[in-house]
Write a protein that binds this ligand. Structure first.
Ligand SMILES: Cc1cc2nc3c(=O)[nH]c(=O)nc-3n(C[C@H](O)[C@H](O)[C@H](O)COP(=O)(O)OP(=O)(O)OC[C@H]3O[C@@H](n4cnc5c(N)ncnc54)[C@H](O)[C@@H]3O)c2cc1C
Length: 466
């Protein structure tokens, strides 16, 4: 149960300057930034081994105008990035955050690479819907687990302390409603109270609370949740109880390319590089180029909530850079066949209908045409046997709505003023995706975690120094 305890004169066993709740990308980046301000943060994590949704991700972070891009001849700048964020969100991304994150993403990546040795490179062979430049920055393994491990090593190396197997069960506030500390529940039932001059909520969103998902994202009520199960909305519950404003609560990242029943993410690159989706009847059903987030709802609306993603060996070679794709292959989820007819047989698709869908896509590519769903096939390479198909479904990955924060990561109250000493970043704060799945631009999740985490950690540290 996440609750706020109010006491006139709260007492604590221990006092720290800054307590950060959650050891995902947001919390660890914040701790690193605080350490650079000379403040040793205490990072409190419910799991024995920090993972969060961060470790489940591909660890790809968008940033514009970086030296890494320039070295590869990619011309990009924050204004273009901000325009892409707003275009994907239909102009409904919070303007102050879209501008801030687009501007600060490049410096954040360069800071992590150059000051803390995270060996980022630009994912040059991947296009993501809505990004007008190649600006995804990832670590060598292209996995969020590596990102998390390296952030953790950097934060601990800089002086942050990590307290694991420690679930924050309650915030403690004074009579004026100002946050003063936390109450921790240990796995054996023991309770501890820690006072803090500032609290930074980095315990992500509410994807792990089915009731909240039902209320705020009814289209995905009952869909599989693919994010970290411990993210049960504590930040938004505490923040709201302290008078914080919740905004764009329906915003989220879905994904319509999760191998089923294997439950393994198949990168959307299989679609953007020239693949397509059909339903169990062998028919295409939507414009896949719109994006993987809105694909969740599109796929779940098909019979049995199932679709097949179809691509070829060239595309599989691109996808293989991701450990998830290699895992799906090892699991047997990626079907292979030497011809269209053989692929239909392997996937259990009606042969004639699937062959017609396949032929139509290839004809559209040759004609550089736009199909009836609105997908523009210009520049799309033909699919050449051997061919592949994966049976997929839609899932909720993480939520994007949350606490309203200002440019310093301070939680803003219903009255429009910052709540003193309360900060939020990552999935705990409202992101830049607007109120719907379609507003999610690839990388918006880690963008808010890493970039806002850095800013909120720095500002919270400064606050503790008065
Ligand atoms: C499969 C998948 C793939 C993704 N791929 C990408 C990608 O490539 N690029 C991208 O930008 N985004 C991606 N995302 C989204 C991205 O992972 C998240 O937006 C990001 O990791 C959020 O970071 P965070 O630090 O806010 O939360 P998390 O990493 O989830 O960390 C939150 C931490 O808080 C802890 N916690 C929760 N409640 C408490 C409590 N009460 N007390 C103590 N600890 C608590 C949790 O245990 C967790 O460790 C993906 C998500 C998924 C699920």
């Amino acid at each position: 149960m996440s609750r706020v305890i109010r006491e006139a004169a709260p007492r604590f066993e221990v006092e720290v300057p800054l307590a950060i709740i959650g050891a995902g990308a947001a919390g660890l980046t914040a701790a690193l930034a605080a350490a650079e301000e000379g403040v040793e943060a205490l990072v409190i994590e419910r799991d024995a081994l920090p993972q969060g949704s961060t470790a489940l991700s591909a660890g790809l972070i968008p940033a514009a105008g970086t030296r890494l891009q320039a070295a590869r001849g990619i011309e990009d700048d924050p204004a273009l990035f901000e325009a892409d964020i707003q275009a994907k969100a239909g102009g409904r991304a919070l303007p102050h955050l879209a501008a801030l994150l687009a501007r600060e993403a490049g410096p954040a990546i360069e800071w992590l690479a150059e000051a803390h040795g995270l060996p980022f490179s630009v994912a040059e062979d991947l296009d993501y819907p809505g990004h007008s430049r190649r600006r995804m920055h990832g670590l060598p393994s292209r996995s969020g687990a590596e990102l998390l491990d390296r952030l953790r090593a950097a934060a601990e190396g800089a002086g942050a302390t990590l307290l694991t197997s420690a679930r924050v069960a309650a915030l403690v506030a004074d009579a004026q409603g100002r946050p003063r500390g936390i109450e921790i529940a240990r796995p054996d039932g023991a309770r501890e109270r820690i006072g803090a001059r500032a609290l930074l909520l980095a315990c992500s969103g509410y994807g792990g609370d089915p009731e909240m998902v039902r209320r705020h994202i009814p289209a995905l009520a009952g869909a599989a949740y693919f994010g970290h199960p411990g993210n049960t909305g504590d930040a938004v519950k505490w923040g709201a109880a302290l008078g914080g404003r919740l905004v764009q609560m329906g915003g989220h990242q879905g994904h319509g390319n999760v191998a089923h029943p294997a439950g393994i993410l198949i990168t959307w690159a299989v679609i953007t590089a020239g693949g397509f989706q059909v339903n169990a009847a062998g028919r295409r059903f939507w414009n896949e180029a719109r994006g993987y987030s809105e694909a969740a709802e599109a796929v779940l609306a098909q019979p049995e909530g199932i679709a097949f993603s179809v691509f070829d060996a060239r595309i599989a070679a691109i996808a293989r850079q991701f450990p998830d794709f290699r895992a799906a292959e090892a699991h047997g989820a990626v079907l292979s066949a030497p011809s269209v007819a053989a692929l239909a047989a392997r996937a259990g698709l009606p042969a004639a209908v699937f062959a017609a869908s396949f032929a139509e896509v290839e004809a559209l590519k040759r004609a550089c045409a736009t199909d009836a769903f609105g997908r523009d096939w210009r520049g799309s390479a033909p699919l050449v046997p051997p061919l592949h198909a994966v049976r997929v479904t839609g899932a909720l990955f993480h939520t994007q709505g949350g606490l309203l924060v200002d440019e310093a990561g301070r939680v803003i109250s219903e009255a429009g003023t910052p709540i003193p000493g309360l900060y939020a970043a990552g999935g705990a704060a409202c992101g830049v995706s607007g109120p719907e799945a379609s507003g999610y631009l690839s990388g918006n999740g880690l963008l808010s975690a890493v970039v806002l985490g850095r800013i909120a950690g720095r500002e919270a540290a400064r606050f503790t120094r008065g």
